[in-house]
Ligand binder design. Structure first.
Ligand code: G3P
Ligand code: CA
Length: 396
């Protein structure tokens, strides 16, 4: 009975509650639906906004951190590919700097040359790769040097009768009617091109030490004449630029570059003086360092260039001759190696040959017979006068 009464009571209560609350519950459910809809809408809107913001933010980051620097760098000449591949600190073409850019970067080339105002400058400004891919076209030797040969070349000036590589020896060569003055060039500690043969000043001056260790200020104080004779006391060591200024146009110059790597300085010096054209200025640069002369050929396509060979007492091989003749106008050989066969092989390759160094009259006849193009001698008087016309007379 007790159980029945409780069950009935409960049923009655539930039934009465449902009846009483139905409108309220409907309103509550509607409100809930509305609230949930609003919440869902707000969430969706926020998520969309967040996605958009992320995308915009990423775009901004990319443009400022990546694209903008790329644009700016490429506008400034920096390779964009290097930027895009992350090589910010190392330009892709860092090792492809042309010799001309190196010259200008270290102050050897004047601004007029950099802006390409002459044909020589335009050639000098060609990219290094272009110069390497093709040797400059050159006319044959007869066209290059329309002056009667063989020439008399005064070795270090008239070094038999005046101190070698001084103005006194060079002036004597001019007076004696030599066709060329031969001179040697080395680099001082401060990069000046000084006219001297030996690596040290010990033999031919009153000083001591290596030329490469001495600044020009000290070298310029040395006496380069007294060692030869008191009559030449006070002769200074000349600078190459002084020799160029004093003798160009009066006599030919055969400049021997003793340094293996000074062709850049030499090219800059010649460009600054407008002396790039070897034929016009009767100027030849030669060296035992063939690679240096090859580089010089690329820097100054119109210069006259020579390679010295035979220093070790061996004749150049066919391969040597082919290699030198590919870029040099002259293949100059040591006296004891010069014969008709070697002269012919040099001529067959379109080059000329100057033979060094004659110190005795008896050596001259054989060289003339062999057909050499020039005789380098300590004393021009050893070579018969009737054999040719003085080069200096033709230039005046
Ligand atoms: O002209 C070549 C000749 O001068 C090379 O020998 O020692 O006198 O410079 P060297
Ligand atoms: Ca020499």
């Amino acid at each position: 009975m007790y159980v029945m009464m409780r069950k009935t009571s409960s049923t009655t209560a539930k039934s009465g509650e449902a009846t009483v609350n139905t409108p309220f519950r409907k309103a509550l459910m509607s409100l809930t639906v509305v609230v949930l809809t609003v919440i869902a809408t707000i969430t969706a809107v926020r998520q969309t906004a967040a996605r958009s913001l992320t995308a915009w933010s990423a775009a901004w980051t990319a443009s400022t951190m990546y694209l903008l620097p790329s644009v700016l760098l490429s506008a400034s000449g920096f390779p964009a590919s290097a930027t895009l591949s992350g090589r910010i600190g190392l330009p892709a073409a860092a090792d492809a700097v042309s010799p001309q850019q190196r010259l200008s970067s270290i102050g050897y080339l004047p601004s007029a040359v950099i802006t390409g105002k002459s044909r020589q400058a335009a050639a000098a400004l060609a990219p290094a790769g272009a110069a390497e891919s093709a040797e400059p076209a050159r006319p044959g030797p007869a066209d290059r040097w329309p002056f009667e040969r063989p020439w008399i070349v005064a070795h270090r000036g008239v070094s038999m009768h005046a101190p070698e590589n001084t103005f006194a020896a060079f002036d004597l060569a001019l007076r004696e009617g030599a066709d060329f003055i031969e001179l040697d060039v080395r680099r001082s500690r401060d990069g000046r091109l000084v006219v001297i043969h030996d690596a040290t000043v010990d033999r031919t001056t009153n000083g001591r030490g290596r030329v490469a260790d001495l600044p020009w200020e000290e070298l310029n104080r040395l006496d380069a004449g007294s060692w030869f004779s008191p009559a030449f006391s006070g002769q200074p060591l000349p600078l190459l630029e002084e020799v160029l200024d004093r003798y160009t146009g009066k006599i030919g110059l055969l400049v021997e570059l003793k340094e293996p790597d000074a062709e850049g300085e030499l090219a800059g010096l010649l460009i600054r003086r407008g002396l790039q054209n070897g034929l016009e200025n009767r100027l030849i640069v030669q060296s035992f360092h063939a690679d240096s002369m090859h580089r010089l050929r690329k820097l100054l396509p119109e210069l006259q260039i020579g390679v010295l060979t035979g220093q070790t007492g061996k004749k150049p091989t066919e391969k040597d001759l082919d290699r030198f003749a590919a870029f040099a106008d002259f293949i100059n050989v040591r006296l004891d190696l010069a014969d008709a066969g070697l002269v012919r092989r040099i001529h067959e390759r379109g080059a000329l040959t100057l033979v060094w160094t004659v110190r005795h009259a008896v050596e001259v006849g054989r060289l003339l017979q062999a057909g050499v193009d020039g005789i380098v001698t300590d004393d021009p008087a050893l070579v018969p006068r009737e054999r040719g016309q003085g080069g200096s007379r033709e230039m005046s």
